[in-house]
Design a protein around this ligand. Structure first.
Ligand code: PGA
Length: 246
């Protein structure tokens, strides 16, 4: 199965208007290379500014509320993000699972809300170092994925991202064999749950991906792209990751 590689930058709580020029440079690269899909998730304040001028790169959000509207101070619905120019949102990032106590059921509801609004979802899963050291990483992450996956999950609108919590922002990356083993297990869990379409669904790796390690990680079996934090904040760091694929 040929799955086009997908590289997504997650800016987290970083970026002011002056940083939009970084997206402009990445957009220029994307306009010349269609061998890789690429997206940036800036903070919400920059979504419309980014989406209006950058039409060769997809703009996404970092989170979404699971309800369509209502009394939820400070929250944003899928329709609002879509109107601002986001085509998808990340859901279930470990920082939100940890900081905001998001459960698997809530993550599934958020993904479903995106689908209802005609948007795509990037669903994150990953184990802590304690779980990895206890030898339970594959069982834990597989169960987390199955519990976070909405019933209507399909490769047409949903992408999975495996992000070991201990590899995020730490400069530590799992052994290549461990990444490949996890992605194979997630692939098997997906095909078991949704049938042959599980073979079409992209599974990204995330956690300290940079221009130096991207080509090794991105050639592993069942690694269909990367979710990149720190190395996505500037074009000079992000472009080498895209170039590793293009
Ligand atoms: P990192 O973050 O690339 O800075 O490790 C990855 C992520 O959280 O998506």
């Amino acid at each position: 199965m040929r799955r086009k590689k997908y590289i997504i930058g997650n800016w987290k709580m970083n970026g002011l208007a002056q940083d939009l020029q970084q997206i402009g440079e990445i957009n220029t690269f994307c306009g010349r290379n269609d061998s890789v899909d690429s997206a940036i998730c800036p903070p919400v304040t920059l979504i419309s500014g980014a989406a209006q001028v950058n039409t060769d790169i997809t703009i996404g959000a970092q989170d979404v509320h699971h309800n369509e509207a209502g009394a939820h101070t400070g929250c944003l619905s899928a329709a609002m993000l879509k109107e601002a120019g986001a085509r998808f949102s990340i859901v279930g990032h470990s920082e939100r699972r940890a900081d905001q106590g998001e459960t698997d059921a809530l993550v599934a509801a958020k993904a479903k809300a995106l689908k209802t609004a005609g948007m795509n979802a990037i669903l994150c899963v990953g184990e802590t170092l304690e779980t990895r050291d206890a030898g339970n990483a594959i069982d834990f992450v597989t169960a987390q994925l199955l519990a976070s996956l909405p019933e209507e999950a399909s490769s047409k609108w949903l992408t999975v991202a495996y992000e070991p919590v201990w590899a995020i922002g730490t400069g530590r990356v799992p052994q290549s064999a461990d990444i490949a083993d996890m992605h194979a297990a997630l692939r098997a869990a997906l095909t078991d749950r949704i049938g042959s379409d599980g073979d079409n669904m992209r599974i990204l790796y995330g956690g300290s991906v940079n221009g130096g390690n991207a080509s090794e990680i991105l050639t592993l079996d069942n690694v269909d792209g990367a979710l990149v934090g720190g190395a996505s904040l500037t074009a000079d760091k992000f472009l080498p990751i895209l170039e590793a694929v293009a």
